[in-house]
Ligand binder design. Structure first.
Ligand code: M6R
Length: 383
């Protein structure tokens, strides 16, 4: 094989971003970077007057968006949970049916890809083996493939050919933190772009764009709860099993919270839809099993409160993640972590930031190796 010549790619990351900058761990630094990371992800992409978003990397004409009749999202781990939220966004804003598939399953299932199927591959690293294999299978079967990646020039970004970068900056800690927040922001912006072609009015779009613009501030307000979150982590530092529950948009946030605690603090944590609890897992609840309940202000809140009461009836300590000032939720909880008021589609960002801080402080109190947890790698490049 002869020499290969490639055009250079400029990476806009500052070398200082690869240092801890006074923080004890990269994970804590990256948690605290979220207001800035979100501001970078949104910069230049929100068109408030038009109630629209501008994502140049998508390179899709409105006519192509109008023709899409199905979206398949493929991803792994934290990116998969962001994809679950993406499903809600695309279905709500653009009225397109969406399936979220574990990338590891995709190529083995002989997936149905038709002429107007759009596939969205989400990967922070852009190098995850299963997600890359799903992209290749999607391309082979004729899907319009879009990448949502953080690392510029990564394999998935290159092979997908079009998509949207997160601009979250380098994520060094093995636990994904700021990438999740930026994935949610980017998926919401993509859904607005699709929605404005398909069903949203300019007024609907303006409402959504104004809400999305608040994300950096929502992140900053949640970070201000760190002392309270550390105190709650200390209270449960001896617990060996946790449940994380939620409904609606808070359900993927509950799954992500459980994943963070498992991978960083080595504590068994099970993420579960709040309604599923009574279909089996509730048998495990007792005074030694705390339940972290994502209960933001939302249409599902009353049902979630009923689930909190079921947990307390089994003597399980209940930690609610609730909208500031929500007495209904706090009256049913033993401890409350507050997040700022926001539309429920955005609440997963502050909820997950609170969960990241809880996992971080739980891990620190247990003396765990936070940035390089055992058995885990930053990019999973093998099947
Ligand atoms: O780089 P990717 O987003 O493709 O990585 C996917 C997962 O391996 C990753 O999100 C993993 O679950 C993280 N360690 C979670 O914190």
């Amino acid at each position: 094989m002869g020499p290969v010549s490639r055009a250079p790619t400029a990476i806009e990351w500052d070398v200082r971003e690869m240092e801890k900058g006074g923080y004890e761990h990269f994970m804590l630094k990256e948690i605290h970077e979220q207001p800035q990371a979100l501001a970078n992800a949104l910069r230049g992409r929100l068109l408030e007057n038009e109630g629209a978003t501008k994502l140049s990397g998508l390179q899709i004409e409105p006519r192509e968006i109008a023709a899409i009749d199905r979206i398949v999202i493929a991803a792994c781990g934290t990116s998969y949970y962001a994809g679950m939220l993406g499903r809600y966004f695309f279905e709500d804003f653009a009225y397109v049916p969406v399936e979220v598939q574990q990338a590891a399953e995709f190529r083995y299932r002989n997936p149905i890809i038709q002429a107007n199927t759009c596939m969205i591959a989400i990967s922070q690293s852009g190098e995850t083996a299963d997600t890359l294999a799903a992209v290749r299978e999607g391309i082979r079967k004729g899907a319009m493939v879009l990448g949502v990646c953080n690392v510029v020039g990564s394999t998935i970004a290159r092979e997908a050919g079009r998509g949207v970068y997160l601009h979250a900056g380098p994520e060094v800690g093995v636990a994904s933190t700021k990438a999740f927040a930026c994935q949610v922001a980017v998926l919401a912006m993509m859904a607005v772009a699709f929605g404005r072609t398909r069903r949203l009015t300019a007024t609907d779009g303006q409402r959504l764009v104004r809400a999305i613009a608040r994300l950096p501030d929502l992140a900053a307000q949640t970070l201000a709860q760190e002392d309270a979150i550390r105190a709650i982590a200390r209270k449960h530092a001896k617990a060996t099993d946790f449940f994380y529950i939620g409904r609606g948009h808070a359900y993927p946030a509950a799954l992500e919270g459980a994943l963070k605690l498992k991978e960083i603090a080595y504590v068994h944590a099970e993420g579960c839809h709040a309604a599923e609890l009574k279909h089996g897992p509730i048998a495990l609840l007792d005074a030694a099993v705390p339940v972290i309940v994502a209960a933001p202000d939302s249409p599902e809140k009353a049902k979630t409160i009923a689930n909190m009461q079921e947990c307390r009836a089994r003597k399980a300590p209940v930690v609610a993640i609730a909208t500031a000032g929500d007495a209904e939720v706090s009256d049913c909880a033993d401890d409350v972590i507050t997040i700022p008021a926001c539309p429920d589609f955005l609440a997963p960002v502050p909820i997950v930031i609170a969960e990241q801080l809880f996992a971080y402080h739980s891990a620190r109190l247990r003396g765990c190796e936070i940035d390089q947890p055992r058995n885990l790698a930053k990019s999973v490049t093998v099947e």
